[in-house]
Design a protein around this ligand. Sequence first.
Ligand code: BGC
Length: 676
Amino acid sequence: MLWWQIALICLPIVYFLIIIILSFQNPEKHVKWNDTNLGNLKFPKDFLWGVATASHQIEGNNKNNWTQFEKSKGLEESGLACDHWNRWKKDFDLIERLGVGTYRFSLEWSRIQPEIDFWDEKVILQYSNMVDNLISRGIEPMVTLHHFSHPIWFQEKGGFEVGKNVSDWVDFCEKMFNLLGDRVKWWCTINEPAVFTTMGYVLGEFPPGIRSFKTTRSVAKNMMLAHALCYRKLKKLPYGDKAKIGFVKNINIFDPYRRWNLLHWIQAKILDEMFNKCWLRGLKTGKFRPPSSLFSKKIDGLKGSSDFIGVNYYTHLLATPFMPTKVEIDPLIRPWEDRTDFRYPMYAEGLRRSFEMVKNLNLPIYVTENGVADDDDDMRPEHIRRHLWITSQAIKDGYDIRGFYHWSLMDNFEWAEGYTQRFGLYHVNYNTQERTLKESGRLYSEIINLNRMPQIVILAGGLGTRLGKLAKDIPKSLVEVNGLPIISHILKWAYGQGCRRALILTGHNGEKFKGFKFSGMDLKFHRESEPLGTGGALFNALELLDDDFILLWGDDYHPIQYGELVNQHFNSGEKLTMTVTESHDSMNLKHYGGRVIEYNKNETSEQFNGYEAGTSVVSKSVVVKYGKLGKWSWEEIIYSKLSGKINVYLDNTKFWDVGTPERILKLEQFFKGRGP
Ligand code: BGC
């Protein structure tokens, strides 16, 4: 046989061998969604649940590189956006209503430093107030220092195209960290540098609208340098050691359109290298090879310059050598995939592949953005369910994923796409600035609550001696108020707060609860053989307690926001958080610096400045450590043992203690007109 005959036989074999190896190494996973139970979710209790935005997309009336670009290109202008700069407090109410524990937002550098030599102190103060306000709601701020927008003066100097300009941005970061570092723990340096460079310097769809590989390489290198310098600088400042500073990477999965076509594979590999791999490798090794460059260069301080990796994930793209370089052209999708409003497919499986991609950085992973453009909200609920299921499965399989931020809190200005793409959990009417919670927002909130809300434990053993004949045959939590036993009112409130599991400690009179049900709530009852008091009852039920639980009194109706309470508890680092009211006719405790330092159930003192309002959050470890067999009082023993270490949750919401017939009457009046 001649050599060319041998080659002719071997070539196709080699070709298909290569394809087989590539396919084996890079499977394009697709889950059979119809056969998957998306309700099967499990997240750690300290998992961070959040929503995300960026300043230019929501604040309104900015003047920066983007507004300049919008005008010069005749794009839809960002204008008033969501007018968030004036409506931030109300918008924070919306965040709080979702029940999230954290909020990612960016600082608008162009507002803070509109001129190179002018820092706007009023603006700085507002950001500082925003941070305080979030914290007061138990919502942890995560601050992004660059999210696509910057001042015009910086752009006019050449922005990140010019290496020496990097110090302008690092100075800004330093100033912001000095201002907020005592309160903000989570910091993202640069949002998606690969998107910023590709869109701004390869595709020309973002400012400055250039198409040049040469400039792309400089911008990419300078952004990596900026990230590294920023990280190193902030770490040295006060609070720097406690701060968590991370790099936020948008992961785009690239798959070959035809899996038998080597050219499609080559294109997918090139794009993956340029968009994903070179950045991640840079972060890992400290040596960065900018997209389209042949050489890598060491960047001082880059190696290990991240305390976490932020993953922004949206989709996968199917590669061919002739891919559109204009975003207006529909990308290819698989026939069974759904196209989002942004025209790329919904592909939740890619989120798992993104986790795989960042895994070898050995850093905690936070999904810093995930969401979908979906005008009529018919796709977003499924989008949320699938991506959370993927995240939950990955956690189960050992990935160190610690948080998830939905993009976005509300519809907003979607860069080159203007207002055409709606990503929000809240719908925004741009004419009236009215915000409306979407079905998907409700769903996200429900999932968060289900996963964040601890078990509730109700001390329902009280006999109600002071209630006289009202509680003659039944425990007092079964006494009816406005047509329902008091315990049902309590459960109803807890259900509305997202709780779905309750342990009811019925005392020794437990048979009276036989047949008691509450729709939607998984109820467990635990009975005592003899009266054990409040502490004894909890110790007696030790085996049934979760690691953390919300403790309620079976005769107190206390309609407060549990989400806020729970956030505050987990952020405090204490084992017990007590709700304290300062508007009560008597006082039974002294609190100072956010901690209860003295408590006396029976005696009052001039020094006292608060009253225990009933609802608390408790770590089981407290019951384990201080509990004992027999009869004892929770309040008397535990509050004195933990004195100085009880976190105070201040809330002046009225609470209803139904210990006497008069009080029952008052609660009855309160419920009148509010339905059963
Ligand atoms: C960006 C956001 C943007 C979102 C949706 C992300 O890459 O960080 O600013 O709105 O994608 O396109």
